[in-house]
Design a protein around this ligand. Structure first.
Ligand SMILES: Cc1ncc(COP(=O)(O)O)c(C=O)c1O
Length: 498
């Protein structure tokens, strides 16, 4: 966040049960007074009415946009109309139906580059099944060897953490830059030191998320230049950032960018993208070839000729019918204006943060704790928190899920595939983790108890394209359920994963 819309003149006074009768409405009035420019985003209210009626018809309060974005009805009708009107064959041929779909795939590719303001002379757009597929492409083909470094922030999705396995097998060293409590930001001086600790002629890869899928922290894109100046290649995980923020690849030049389209506009699933600088792409060494990635191969001779450009990295047949829907989704975001979407979620996120920060029990103790920045500065509207009992201990996130269900609120609970941010948020030391083995017969609950974690996870509320004031008011009403809550029932479901 961070522009004028987010500058809050005041924090709300603490809420207590006795204030509750009309306070969501009162809170909305205060919000609209504090954010007069919120009205400038009303086109998104119209979009919600025209394209997302199913949300309100089902009384849904959807607060998991970092999990998955939502699609507008118009995206489906445009896409299905396209499918109904045309005959599309496999793009790996030269026949008429193949040529038609190839043209659409290439049109989608050009639209992706244009959306991210990436020059086709500098970048290629490689279609993948999802952001994870894009990250894997880089990890498995990056030419790590002994003496090379893989540097990453604690704050990363597991699909980035997993690249350390490729580094390890190839003899490269992995190091993590910690985040610091309570804001869960990285100490930039420390990062600069880590980036300087490189020697000789090596391939070194630095990976970080533009926005944390855990805390919403937006890490500085200036790190890209800093790392380049010190000879690093940069892998930017933009999956959680691009749904509500402009990533301008004319301004920033990361070597590799990973994202999933369903997070940006809900439909289609099964399509992501690796945006790669041509120069950096030339360094990658693919561990295999497959249909689609080569011009020719022989069986009687151990030889194959790689296909040029993006085809070299697109294994098999791309998800061609769904790729046509990518351009439709990008057009919707362009029509609404990413800056408008950004401004709306920034304002609503700031309100939600304030409400959570102000939530109090009758004894005056906080009823929620936020992991990450408590204000709108340099963060997205992805908010990790836990509710607290009046004695200060954490409300079991499984109970939060149960109550959320009764309010038709869709939240995310757990660790959100980002263990590093969780370790810092819960102040779990390396010693605790190294000492606490996850035994064969253990359940996740046993493990949580064994290493003395205060909870098995957090709660995450995230906003997006058609979030509105009604969503926040209903969230506030849901949050009030936790005021003065002394204990939770004992019949909560077993935790099966984090
Ligand atoms: C920051 C971040 N990176 C990567 C991913 C992985 O995305 P996908 O599951 O679509 O591959 C996610 C998914 O939540 C994410 O939030």
């Amino acid at each position: 966040m961070g522009d004028d819309l987010a500058r809050r003149p005041m924090r709300h006074p603490p809420l207590a049960r006795s204030d509750l009768a009309d306070s969501p409405a009162g809170a909305e009035a205060r919000f609209l007074r504090d954010y007069p420019s919120y009205g400038d985003t009303s086109a998104l209210d119209e979009l919600r009415t025209s394209g997302f009626a199913r949300l309100d018809a089902g009384r849904h309060v959807y607060l998991d946009y970092t999990g998955a974005g939502l699609y507008a009805d118009s995206q489906l009708s445009e896409h299905f109309e396209l499918l109904r009107r045309n005959v599309f064959g496999n793009p790996h041929s030269a026949n008429p139906t193949s040529t038609t779909i190839t043209a659409l795939v290439e049109q989608a590719r050009a639209a992706v580059l244009a959306f991210f303001r990436a020059s086709p002379d500098e970048y290629v757009a490689i279609f993948t099944p999802n952001a994870t597929g894009a990250l894997r492409l880089v990890g498995e083909a990056y030419p790590f060897c002994g003496g090379d470094r893989f540097l990453l922030t604690f704050d990363n999705h597991n699909s980035v953490n997993g690249i350390r396995e490729f580094a390890r097998v190839r003899g490269a060293e992995t190091s993590y830059v910690p985040s610091e409590p309570a804001d869960l930001r990285v100490d930039e001086q420390l990062l600069a030191r880590y980036l300087t600790e490189v020697g000789g002629d090596h391939h070194n890869l630095f990976a970080f998320p533009a926005q944390s899928n855990f805390s919403g922290v937006q890490h500085p894109l200036e790190w890209i230049d800093l790392a380049h100046e010190r000879g690093w290649d940069v892998l930017l995980d933009a999956a959680a950032y691009v749904p509500t923020n402009r990533l301008d690849l004319g301004r920033w030049h990361p070597d590799f960018v990973a994202l999933s389209f369903y997070k940006m506009f809900g439909w289609p699933t099964g399509v992501g993208c690796l945006l790669a600088r041509r120069e950096a792409l030339a360094k990658l060494e693919r561990p295999w070839f497959s249909g689609g990635t080569i011009v020719a191969a022989f069986v009687q001779r151990d030889w194959h000729q790689w296909a040029p450009g993006e085809a070299h990295f697109e294994d098999g047949t791309v998800n061609f019918l769904n790729l046509a829907a990518v351009e439709i989704g990008l057009r919707l975001l362009d029509r609404m204006g990413l800056e408008t979407i950004h401004a709306r979620v920034e304002a609503l996120g700031s309100w939600l943060l304030d409400e959570l920060g102000a939530l109090r029990h009758s004894n005056g103790s906080p009823a929620a704790t936020i992991y990450g920045p408590s204000g709108p500065d340099r963060r997205g509207a992805t908010i990790a928190f836990n509710f607290l009992h009046p004695d200060g201990h954490i409300v079991d996130e499984r109970y939060v899920d149960r109550i959320a269900g009764t309010h038709d609120v869709s939240l995310r609970t757990g660790c959100f595939c980002n263990p590093g941010a969780g370790e810092i948020a819960f102040t779990i030391s390396r010693e605790t983790l190294v000492g606490g083995e996850f035994g064969d017969a253990m359940t996740l609950d046993d493990y949580v108890r064994a290493i003395g974690l205060p909870s098995g996870g957090d709660v995450r509320a995230s906003l997006g394209l058609v979030s509105n004031t009604a969503d926040i008011k209903r969230f506030i009403a849901f949050a009030y359920e936790f005021i003065d809550l002394a204990e939770v029932p004992t019949d909560l479901p077993t935790r099966t994963g984090c």
